[in-house]
Design a protein around this ligand. Structure first.
Ligand SMILES: Nc1nc2c(ncn2[C@@H]2O[C@H](COP(=O)(O)OP(=O)(O)OP(=O)(O)O)[C@@H](O)[C@H]2O)c(=O)[nH]1
Ligand SMILES: [Mg+2]
Length: 258
């Protein structure tokens, strides 16, 4: 029995309605079920949502305390599907893992494709499949870190499920959310999905190598991001060519040594 979250760490399949990488369905879906149209129904939905977020925040606090005790710098990469999160991680690990010790948690609804890509860099990785769930939560991270050597870890990088909405609401106990936006998505995304950019410390504007082929307005995009989060730090990068990555590496390395 896990004394922090109250779950059994050995036989999740029988006791849980949430999902790690065990293939069962995640109860957080109740947050998104708006089938109750009556006033009392709405109250029920809101109460469930508060309960879920309250439990998540408690477990995120537990994660944060562990990360602090072990001196691990933890980042939560959030974005829409395909913005280049895994490609950014691959390049970052290939270029920095000889200097700093990393571990990675990969979140996807299905497949371990991304974990395989990370494993090829030689960095320890754990894949979490959320099934129908659209985001990682603190409980998944709590158990997802169990097999890592936390005493000898500088940086934990978490790649969340590709989704610009739900991951914004869930604290995993990370130090910072890092929003990845690729230039193929349109410069208005920070205005359309403000919570994600409001809650992120960093915006990595990725795929800048494609700019010559697009109408994407970089300055307008940066202005939109600052409109929802005046303090957001923006790095323009290409995970493919490596352009602009040095500034990101410096910020990451400084965070690990803080
Ligand atoms: N041109 C270009 N392509 C890129 C860049 N970064 C990633 N890609 C491509 O974009 C596609 C998606 O990249 P991924 O790294 O798998 O994206 P992701 O955000 O991890 O995707 P999900 O995990 O499915 O959400 C791949 O075809 C990459 O090769 C970049 O900087 N420039
Ligand atoms: Mg990925």
């Amino acid at each position: 029995m896990c004394t922090t979250c109250g779950c059994s760490t050995t036989d999740h399949d029988h006791h849980h309605d949430h999902n790690h990488d065990h293939g069962h369905t995640h109860s957080h879906d109740s947050k998104h079920s708006h089938q109750h149209e009556t006033e009392s129904g709405k109250r029920t939905t809101i109460a469930i949502e508060e309960d879920i977020l309250g439990k998540n925040n408690r477990l995120a606090g537990f994660n944060r305390a562990i990360f602090k005790e072990k001196g691990i710098f933890v980042l939560n990469l959030v974005s829409s599907p395909g913005s280049g999160k895994t490609t950014l991680l691959e390049r970052t690990l290939n270029e920095l893992s000889h200097k700093l010790s990393f571990a990675v948690i990969e979140g996807d609804q299905q497949t371990d494709n991304d974990a395989q890509r990370i494993a090829a860099t030689g960095v320890p990785v754990r894949q979490i499949n959320t099934g129908t769930g659209c985001h990682l939560d603190a409980h998944m991270i709590m158990h997802g870190t169990e097999e890592f050597d936390l005493d000898n870890l500088d940086i934990l990088l978490i790649e969340n499920v590709g989704n610009l909405v739900c991951p914004a609401a869930f604290d995993l106990g990370e130090h910072h959310k890092v929003a990845v936006l690729s230039v193929t998505e349109g410069e208005d995304k920070p205005l359309k999905y403000p919570q994600m950019f409001h809650n992120s410390t960093i915006m990595l504007l990725n795929k800048t190598d494609l700019l010559p082929h697009l109408d994407f307005d970089v300055e307008k995009c940066k202005e939109y991001a600052r409109r929802v989060n005046p303090g957001i730090i923006i790095f323009e990068v290409s995970a493919k060519s490596g352009e602009g990555m040095q500034a990101w590496y410096q910020w990451l390395s400084a965070g690990a040594k803080r």
